[in-house]
Design a protein around this ligand. Structure first.
Ligand code: FES
Ligand SMILES: [Fe+2]
Length: 402
């Protein structure tokens, strides 16, 4: 299907706007076009909360990580006051990258490698050599550019938009659903990175596609899915996102599903339904998180273009589990589950990308096990097209009907 001249004409997306079981999938160009991707960067990634890993990545004052999200280099650093802050990783003198390493610890301050301007962990400019004759130069005006950072449970999120709603409002009714998992005491013990040749949306859609487990994961996760006590429940709530809840015995984060045999003890604070199930919040536009009886995991996405992502899989455990003398040995089985299942998803998402790159790819239809995908598609479309351009076919209306 050829890309039209005017990507923003809402009529191209009428099929996506229908009720889920009447809806079409997004046109192929939404997954392949650089022009569409650039619109997503502007309207989605510069305005939404983006998961960037766990707070345990920066446990002590001065600890930092760096990342680049859709072209924007960022420093995340824990201050002496224990507050984690994010800044643009660009010097206020002549723009150099300040911290090159992907993680580390700043002993006293952040020092630019170019002319040694020095910033404290709060971003304030403390030292600027050879600037004493520069007229009207006031260090107070040249602190690092702050980027919003908030946490939800064990995970950090950034938002490049100073006017976006806060993360608590964004997560809405999902915000407190994670509390039984004692989220403040979950620690990320492994980040596994993958380079995947697919559009970021395909990966999120796949995460929300209940039906693919019996095919793509037929040799791995299928037996876990076969043992669900009832169908996966999709919960549309007041939030920029929605959630799945799966009722089951045992754990979903070990391949054999048997927790006591060789897994960790349950998270000690579980109550109600969380004692016999798993909770999966999807925080738009791309936060895919799983809270399970004995661990949590999350996907971090770094879109590198329309057809490529860096994917990071976070594995998290309760601090009590970390005290087990054989923690590393037991955790290997949890990592193994991810190392088997994630490449299966990588493979199928890359196949989807290759198929959608065909000039003959046309919009498809949504089946009963993938009715969350229209929610995703409509939310993403709403951001890119904007409410003014599609007054009568708002995705919000479709989402409200779900
Ligand atoms: S560019 Fe950073 S000190 Fe000059
Ligand atoms: Fe999968």
């Amino acid at each position: 299907m050829n890309q039209p001249d005017n990507l923003l004409d809402p009529r191209h997306y009428d099929g996506v706007r229908r009720p889920p079981l009447e809806a079409e999938t997004l046109p192929a160009w939404c997954y392949t076009s650089k022009e569409w991707f650039d619109l997503e960067v502007k309207h989605i990634f510069r305005k939404s909360w983006i998961l960037i890993g766990a707070t345990s990545r920066v446990p002590n004052p001065g600890d930092f990580i760096t990342l680049t999200h859709t072209g924007s280099p960022v420093i995340v650093i824990r201050g002496r006051d224990n507050v984690i802050r994010a800044f643009a990783n660009t010097c206020r003198h002549r723009g150099a990258i300040l911290l090159e390493e992907s993680q580390g610890t700043c002993k006293a301050a952040i020092k630019c490698p170019y002319h040694a301007w020095v910033y404290n962990f709060n971003g304030a400019l403390q030292g600027a050599p050879d600037m004493e004759e520069s007229k009207g130069f006031d260090r107070a005006n040249y602190g690092l550019v702050p980027i919003r950072l908030e946490t939800w449970g064990p995970f950090m999120f950034i938002n490049f938009d100073n006017n976006a709603p806060g993360l608590k409002k964004w997560a809405g009714e999902m915000y407190n659903e994670i509390l039984p998992y004692d989220p403040e005491n979950l620690v990320c013990t492994r980040r596994a990175e993958f380079d995947v040749q697919c559009n970021w949306k395909l990966y999120v859609e796949n995460f929300c596609d209940v039906g693919h487990v019996k095919t793509v994961h037929k040799d791995s996760l299928k037996k876990l899915a076969d043992s669900y006590d009832k169908p996966v429940e999709t919960e549309y709530v007041k939030a920029e996102g929605f959630s799945f809840f799966v009722t089951h015995a045992g754990t979903r984060t070990l391949l054999d599903g048997v927790e006591k045999k060789k897994g960790f003890d349950r998270i000690p604070t579980l109550t109600g339904r969380t004692t016999h199930g798993s909770y999966y919040p999807i925080l738009m536009p791309l936060g895919c998180i799983g809270y399970c009886v004995d661990s949590a995991w999350a996907l971090e996405f770094y879109p590198l273009g329309p057809d490529r992502i860096k994917l990071v899989v976070n594995s998290c455990f309760h601090k009590d589990a970390l005290k087990c003398p054989d923690f590393e040995e037991v955790a290997k089985d949890y990592y193994y589950r991810m190392d088997i299942a994630v490449p299966e998803d990588n493979w199928i998402n890359e196949l989807s990308q290759r198929g959608l790159s065909s000039p003959h790819a046309t919009p498809g239809r949504i089946g009963k096990l993938e009715t969350a995908i229209p929610y995703l598609n409509n939310w993403w479309l709403d951001q890119v097209l904007g409410p003014a351009s599609q007054p009568s076919t708002k995705g919000a209306r479709v989402r409200a009907a779900l």
